[in-house]
Structures are given as C-alpha cells and as structure tokens.
Design a protein around this ligand. Structure first.
Ligand code: IPM
Ligand code: MG
Length: 352
C-alpha cells in the first residue's frame, strides 16, 4: 500500500506529520510512505509547483495524502507557476473528478458553530463537488476590448459526460446513505447549469429510491446557514462547490475540522485511487508556530483508509478518536481553545 505524502506549503507539513503519525500508530502492515515536494515549496526547490518527479510519485501511489498549497511569496509569479496550480494539476492529471466534502457538526459541539446551536445541530451534509471541469479549467485570458479597455474572461462549460459521471457518484452516495440529493446550480441564468440540471434529471431515472431536488446556488448558500437539516447529499459543480464547502465548514465551527477525498475512476489492488486533503488552505499567517489544528488532515487520512484501502474499521477508529478528543475539550485555536498541533495529534493517538 503506497501512500504519496505531499505536505506542501504553510501549515501543510505540520498537519500532515500528525496525520502520518496517526496512520503509523495504527500499525498497519504493508504501508509504505513516500514524500514529495509540491506547491510553493516545490517551486522554490525545482522552479515548478508540480515537478515531474512528484507527479510520477503520485501516479505510482495507491493514494495521496496532501497538505496544502499557497505561498504569498509566489503571488506575483505567472499563473502557471503559482502553488495552486499544483493541486489543480494533480486533480486534472490524475482524473480526480469527484470531490467528497462531508461537513457535520460533532455532537456536543454545536456551541462552536457561529450558527445558533439548534440550527447547527442539523448540519450533517456531504458535498459532492465536480473537480476537473467548469470555469476552473475552461479557456481564460485577458484582452483589450474595441474601446481600449482591459477585460478578463473565463469560459464556463460542462459536457454531459462530465455531469453524468459526477451525478452517478452523488446518486450512489445518497442511495447508500438513504439521504435525499440536492443538485445545486444556477439554471435561471447559466446555460451550463441548464445542461447540468437536464442531465441530472435524466440520471435520476436510474435511482428511483433517491429523492432529488434542485436548488439555485444563492438559495443553497442561504439554506446552508438557515436550514442545514434539509440537506443530505449536495451535488454541485466545481466553482459552486468551492464556495459552498467553505461556507459549510465555517458553519461547522472551523475550517480546521473538515476533510476531503478526491476520487477518480481508477481502481488499485486495494480500492479507489484518491487524493485526500484537508479543505483548509496553507494558512501562512500561523505556519511553523505549531498552532494549526491537524484534525482535518487526520480525518482525511481516515477517508483514505475507507475509500482507497477498504479499511472501514480503521477509518471509523480514527474518526471516533477525533470525536472523543473534541468531546474531551482538545480544541485548537481555530475553535477558541489553546491546544497546539502536536498536542492534538498526540491526543488523537491516545484515543485510538
Ligand atoms: C479548494 C481550494 C482550491 C480550489 C484552490 C487552492 C485552487 O480552494 O480545494 O477548495 O479552489 O479548488
Ligand atoms: Mg476552496
């Protein structure tokens, strides 16, 4: 079982180190870890945010544990050299089109949410975000108009095959969990969304047991903070999913708690090949201070065991340990507590 560990920038190395320590504490036989450079860290060493050798290591692995990318010293580089291109490149090159972002309020921790506790208690949703299409990967540029004005442009598009394959992922997740599915789009304005909606309706015929509804993205943002209990599985495109998943994570109480899995079609000997990362970024303002909450990355490692290695029991063990650490008051600065990265990591390992 080969895991490529790509710590990246900012707090990435600190939080991935704790997740790796949790994996090691489980004492799983046959686990081999490789570490590679990615993001700004890779740019500084190899003049590229996603060096060929890192991509090669990622391709040869059964799963990737990813920290974060984003480095303010790279902000003025040409776009193709910026750290963010590393994660976008990995997703695209590895065909990781399905991004699973579960967001739930841990029982007993409703008070950590900025929402009223009775509203927060209902928040338990899985966002299924398309990850390799949309305006993210369309043609883009800047030009000068006829009137001599500068203009920026980005093309948004989805083909029906792209919508179909991510819709199947969401319908299967909803079916397995017995949850309703909400497809989020902006079909009142965008043709891309109209096609999205039409295809989702077509696919729904194959899943008669799943209750489907459609919601415009602006309304979905509003409902996430006013009636989160109405959501089970949320299916959406790349851009809307980016925004809604940050919104949902903030509603949980901290972006430092939420993991993610990015999956494609490739099967390995052990499960589905995937990339696992916390949904928070590199947080350069607190990097290197031992303050970052490693729970999102630890929970990402749990998702890795579940999806890429078929180890449901071990995944559940990690999740239970994190839940227990939180219930015992092991809160990081992101949650108003004072526990540091190493203390939280050790606290989770003790509770495994
Ligand atoms: C995320 C991040 C990325 C995205 C950035 C770093 C390119 O915000 O994973 O949500 O927009 O997808
Ligand atoms: Mg984001």
């Amino acid at each position: 079982m080969k895991i490529a560990v790509l710590p990246g920038d900012g707090i990435g190395p600190e939080v991935t180190a704790e997740a790796v320590a949790v994996l090691e504490a489980l004492g799983l036989p046959g686990l081999t870890l490789f570490t590679g450079d990615v993001g700004g860290a890779a740019y500084h060493r190899h003049d590229h945010p996603l060096p060929e050798e890192t991509l090669q290591m990622a391709r040869e692995a059964d799963a990737i544990l990813f920290g974060a990318v984003g480095d303010p010293t790279c902000d003025t580089l040409e776009r193709h050299l910026r750290p963010e291109q590393a994660i976008l490149g990995l997703r695209k090159h590895l065909g990781l089109f399905a991004n699973l972002r579960p967001a739930k309020v841990f029982a007993g921790l409703e008070h950590l949410s900025p929402l009223r506790a009775d509203i927060a208690a209902g928040l338990d949703m899985l966002i299924v975000r398309e990850l390799t299409g949309d305006v993210y990967f369309g043609a883009k540029g800047q030009r000068v108009t006829d009137t001599g004005e500068r203009e920026g442009w980005d093309a948004m598009s989805y083909s029906e095959s792209e919508v179909r394959r991510i819709a199947h992922v969401a319908f299967r997740a909803a079916q397995a969990a017995g949850l309703p599915l909400t497809s989020v789009d902006k079909a009142n304005v965008l043709e891309t969304s109209q096609l999205w909606r039409d295809v989702v309706v077509e696919i729904s015929a194959e899943y008669p047991g799943v209750t489907l509804d459609h919601m415009y993205v602006d309304n979905a943002g509003m409902q996430t903070v006013s009636h989160p209990e109405r959501f089970g599985v949320v299916l959406t495109g790349n851009l809307f999913g980016d925004i809604l998943s940050d919104l949902a994570s903030a509603a949980v109480g901290s972006i430092g708690l939420l993991p993610s899995a990015s999956l494609g079609e490739r099967q390995t000997a052990f499960g589905t090949f995937g990339l696992y990362e916390p949904i928070h970024g590199s947080a350069p303002d607190i990097a290197g201070q031992g303050k970052a909450n490693p729970m999102a990355t630890i929970l990402s490692a749990a998702m890795m065991l579940r999806h890429s290695f078929g180890m449901e029991a071990e995944a559940a063990r990690i999740e239970a340990a994190v839940g227990k650490a939180l219930a015992d008051g092991m809160l990081g600065g992101d949650l108003g507590g004072s526990h540091g990265t190493a203390a939280i990591g050790a606290g989770v390992r003790e509770r495994l």
